[in-house]
Design a protein around this ligand. Structure first.
Ligand code: HEC
Length: 478
């Protein structure tokens, strides 16, 4: 479990994932212990009320041991950095986490006590006396020890900044070049290009901000774009002029695109527009040649996780944490329809190659298909597809098959018309975070959380080989 929550890497909604885990993890423990904890806290609190709590000696070691792993400058979860005093007092994406003198009003306390979810630390609980010490320190004014001056007690954890040693580089995005000759694989801070025929690496782009969550070639083959960024800080889009060994050249456009990570990118079928979504609730359309914003699409009330253009380029479909799939008129930026039947957040949205159907799925494990060919969209299918959250969907280029992947580490192939299950590819070495068909539809590529990329044939769905092999050694959590 711990390995899942160390960093956010993929086009899937990590923060929702974490909340989900932590809630389920914490509930049983906290219910059982609730009474003892309160008693112990009270006693400790009373006994220590008059003693000055030392930040350096008593509080910093708790933060250092239990929090900094996820709240370092590099990890920056919740936009909250605990590895220096100034950042600690500044707070996170919800503002100040500590109100000096008022522990009850401090978000940090509410979160370590569990009255605000997700309970912190994400992967466990603090001891009652640790919580009590933090509360007393806040009630006493949340001060830095006077004799210490510039604080020494907190520091960044000693893990390489690029990739924590315990983590493989998740493959969060994968795409074929339109001519089918190569495959782009997005890892942490970099994209590797493979020759599709020989499966050998051709070259690499690096210098991307944190995890590559999305990448796309324009259908005319002239542009290649990546979406990435820093959680709760900025989204980043880079666009290259595609062409021979273009990865050896710098990006033509590189800009801050959102106020949070870019989760999905898609080029319009005519290659004239690039659409992006983000955790910041926004969708933007961009001119890929200039990097200029064409228009914002603003109606989602929560993070937007995925989007897709209709094959004729007139419509854009988007889905996100607000449980809706929205259909937009690309030319005007107006929302035409909201498809609101999902009961939980939507992770993935795809158009059928005919343009007549939209399929979506996510946390409610259900694949829903809407017929959008009439005046009003009709939900024509709702199939509980996986035992756990559905991560990705993809239609085969001929439109006959729909592929789904889930947290249950299973990939399923469905008859796109009847939604009968045609094939199951079980026991994936890890979550399949991204997938793509080769343009001729003969092969299917999976990119996984453990950093592996595998190739399957679509005649019998057998493993043909790996671009990047799964780690064969012991993996945590198994
Ligand atoms: C395993 C990772 C992990 C650990 C360990 C962890 N956190 Fe967090 N923390 C997160 C994540 C992820 C978020 C963002 C949650 C969200 O936005 O839903 C967060 C958010 C927060 C926030 C809210 C910031 C804001 O403004 O939104 C506070 C406060 C916080 N953590 C305090 C702590 C403290 C104190 C500890 C140690 C006792 C701790 N955390 C340990 C992962 C972690």
């Amino acid at each position: 479990m711990v390995r899942r929550v160390r960093q956010s890497f993929s086009p899937i909604p990590w923060r929702e994932v974490l909340v989900f885990f932590s809630v389920s993890l914490c509930l049983c423990g906290s219910l059982l212990r609730a009474q003892n904890t309160t008693e112990a806290t009270k006693n400790y609190h009373n006994e220590n009320q008059r003693m000055e709590v030392s930040f350096a000696k008593q509080i910093a070691p708790i933060f250092q041991a239990k929090c900094v792993g996820c709240h370092s400058k590099a990890a920056n979860m919740g936009g909250f950095v605990l590895s220096d005093f100034e950042s600690l007092m500044k707070g996170g994406s919800h503002g100040k986490a500590i109100v000096p003198g008022k522990s009850e009003e401090s978000r940090l306390v509410q979160m370590i006590e569990g009255s605000v979810q997700p309970r912190m630390p994400m992967s466990g609980e603090l001891e009652a006396q640790e919580i009590a010490a933090i509360k007393t320190w806040i009630n006493q004014g949340a001060k830095l020890d006077q004799d210490l001056g510039q604080l020494q007690a907190l520091h960044e954890p000693e893990i390489p900044k690029i990739k924590p040693a315990s983590l493989p580089a998740q493959v969060g995005a994968i795409a074929f070049s339109p001519d089918g000759s190569m495959v782009a694989v997005g890892g942490y801070g970099e994209v590797t290009f493979f020759d599709a025929a020989s499966r050998r690496p051709l070259g690499k782009i690096s210098g991307i901000t944190e995890a590559v969550r999305s990448l796309a070639f324009s259908p005319d083959g002239r542009h290649f774009a990546t979406g990435a960024g820093r959680p709760a800080q900025e989204g980043e889009i880079k666009i290259w002029q595609s062409g021979k060994e273009f990865w050896t050249k710098p990006a033509g456009q590189s800009f801050k695109a959102h106020r949070d990570c870019v989760y999905a990118l898609a080029f319009a079928p005519n290659s004239q527009l690039l659409a992006s979504t983000s955790y910041d609730h926004m969708i933007y359309l961009w001119d890929p040649a200039t990097g200029k914003q064409v228009r914002p699409l603003k109606e989602h009330t929560d993070s937007v996780f995925d989007l897709a253009f209709s094959p004729d380029g007139k419509w854009l479909a988007s889905g996100g944490a607000d449980r809706t799939v929205k259909l937009w008129d690309v030319a005007t930026g107006r929302r035409i329809h909201t498809l609101g039947s999902s009961t939980e957040g939507v992770n993935t949205v795809v158009f059928h190659p005919s343009g007549k159907f939209v399929a979506a799925s996510g946390f409610d494990r259900t694949i829903r298909i809407w017929d959008i060919s009439g005046n009003e969209p009709q939900e024509i299918r709702a199939v509980i597809a996986h035992e756990d959250t559905v991560l990705r969907l993809a239609y085969s280029p001929d439109g006959n098959w729909l592929v789904s992947t889930g947290w249950d580490r299973v990939v399923k192939i469905w008859d796109a018309k009847t939604m009968e299950q045609k094939q199951v590819i079980p026991d994936q070495s890890d979550w399949v975070l991204c997938l793509t068909f080769s343009p001729d539809g003969k092969m299917l590529y999976f990119g996984r959380y453990d950093g592996s990329v595998s190739v399957y044939d679509t005649a019998r769905y057998q493993l043909l080989g790996n671009l990047l092999a799964p780690p064969s050694t012991l993996r945590a959590g198994k």
